[in-house]
Design a protein around this ligand. Structure first.
Ligand SMILES: Cc1cc2nc3c(=O)[nH]c(=O)nc-3n(C[C@H](O)[C@H](O)[C@H](O)COP(=O)(O)OP(=O)(O)OC[C@H]3O[C@@H](n4cnc5c(N)ncnc54)[C@H](O)[C@@H]3O)c2cc1C
Length: 393
């Protein structure tokens, strides 16, 4: 299995090393979950995965201790280690874990105690599913183009608009919806928690993508929520979104790292077994050069991911430069590493259902969601040039 020597790096303490060992043992004992995740219809698979991850206690890492979690506050290194490990087995299992965190991330980080009490314990137990809804048809990278609005009427907000590309649309129990404030001249942002059963919320379409992923559009029509559904401060919705993405972008890098490690494992196994021109592929120097480049890119990604996670865990409030670098490097190099693994396997690499073929499809979206690579470059450059970029997804 993948190299674990990085766990000796100073970013980690013994609790992280124990977590990585326990999770690896659990993954080995629960291979059927990963196989089912590749076989079952996506909604059924996701519900089963969330239930299993909750029963096993892994979802305790996505909420704070007071609300059924493990740590006093989110431990980003733990989130990264878990995403990295799960991604080595199944993109869908990894996704389900991640969305339990991201879906309620704004509530965990910025929500009122009452909202946390209402929503987080069931998320940690795997009894409910969350979703993070910011993107719109005309507002992906450019969040300032958002049109979904919330207007205050008495002690309620009425939400109108449509969000698309929303992970867990259709299976979520709760959505955190980002809106513009209709009553304000500046039309600043507000984030609101909406229950899936709200009569003003519907799912007009589901969207199928290249790797299994529950995705769809949510429609909000005079969707009434009480004023205590506001997540964070009124008119600070953009800070809520970006503060949440700081953490979860780092963990997207960790997921990419998991895909990369699995791809390298597959490439190593094949290149030592497969003979060409009278010797194993691994004895050919061009193969060795590829393996060296893959291993170096993996270590560079790991350094960037765990630097960002360590910084956040040790007190940094905003890590958008470091999170941007971690996501950018880890996802871009994962795409390249997986492609190289496919190449090393030759025809076997493109057989439907082959591990590297699955990785090839699973890794692609990571360069797009939670801020595409180009947007990460804008964020990093903005910071390097000493500006601060706000308003990019
Ligand atoms: C599988 C999947 C799951 C998703 N899950 C969620 C979810 O749970 N919740 C949610 O809210 N959204 C989700 N999204 C949406 C995702 O966040 C957006 O797709 C993403 O922000 C990009 O927006 P867009 O697709 O509209 O592309 P666009 O913003 O139209 O961008 C198209 C291309 O142009 C580039 N580009 C844009 N602006 C610039 C610029 N200034 N300079 C240079 N290049 C630029 C982009 O990088 C990209 O390559 C998901 C998307 C996918 C694919």
């Amino acid at each position: 299995m993948a190299d674990k020597s990085y766990l000796a790096w100073p970013f980690f303490d013994d609790s992280h090393r124990n977590l990585a060992d326990n999770l690896e043992a659990w993954c080995a004992a629960n291979e059927s979950l990963f196989l089912d995740s590749h076989r079952l219809p996506v909604d059924e698979a996701c519900r089963q995965i969330v239930h299993t991850l909750g029963s096993a206690g892994w979802l305790k890492y996505v909420v704070p201790k007071t609300y059924g979690g493990i740590h006093e506050r989110l431990d980003v290194r733990s989130l990264c280690l878990i995403r990295e490990s799960l991604a080595q087995h199944s993109g869908l299992v990894e996704f389900c874990f991640a969305l339990q965190g991201l879906g309620v991330g704004p509530i965990t980080l910025f929500g009122s105690d009452a909202l946390k009490q209402k929503i987080l314990p069931n998320i940690a137990a795997g009894k409910s599913i969350g979703a993070f809804a910011i993107s719109e048809k005309e507002a992906g990278s450019d969040l300032n183009a958002m049109t979904t609005s919330a207007r205050r009427v008495g002690d309620q907000y009425l939400i109108d608009g449509e969000k698309t590309w929303i992970s867990n649309a259709g299976i979520a129990d709760h959505y955190v919806v980002f809106c513009r404030m209709a009553d304000e001249k500046e039309r600043r942002f507000i984030s609101l928690a909406v229950d899936a059963g709200n009569p003003g919320l519907s799912i007009p379409e589901r969207i199928e993508v290249m790797a299994p992923h529950p995705l769809g559009t949510i429609r909000l029509r005079d969707c009434a929520v009480t004023a205590d559904s506001v997540v964070g401060e009124v008119s600070k919705g953009m800070s809520v979104a970006l503060g949440t993405l700081d953490i979860f972008r780092t963990t997207v890098g960790a997921a990419a790292l998991g895909f990369s490690r699995r791809a390298l494992d597959e490439a190593l196994a094949h290149s030592t077994e497969r003979t060409a021109f009278g010797q194993p592929l691994s004895a050919l120097q061009i193969t060795q050069a590829k393996i060296a480049d893959m291993a170096t890119a993996i270590d560079a990604s790991a350094l960037l991911v765990y630097r960002a996670a360590w910084l956040r865990d040790t007190g940094a409030q905003r890590i958008n430069r470091e999170a941007g670098m971690a996501k950018l490097h880890a996802t871009e190099s994962a795409q390249w590493i997986v492609d190289n693994a496919v190449q090393l396997l030759g025809a076997k690499g493109v057989v439907a259902g082959a591990t590297v073929e699955r990785l090839y499809r699973e890794v692609r979206a990571l360069r797009i969601y939670e801020g595409a690579s180009e947007i990460q470059k804008l964020i990093i450059a903005g910071q390097v040039l000493s500006g601060t970029k706000q308003g990019h997804n």
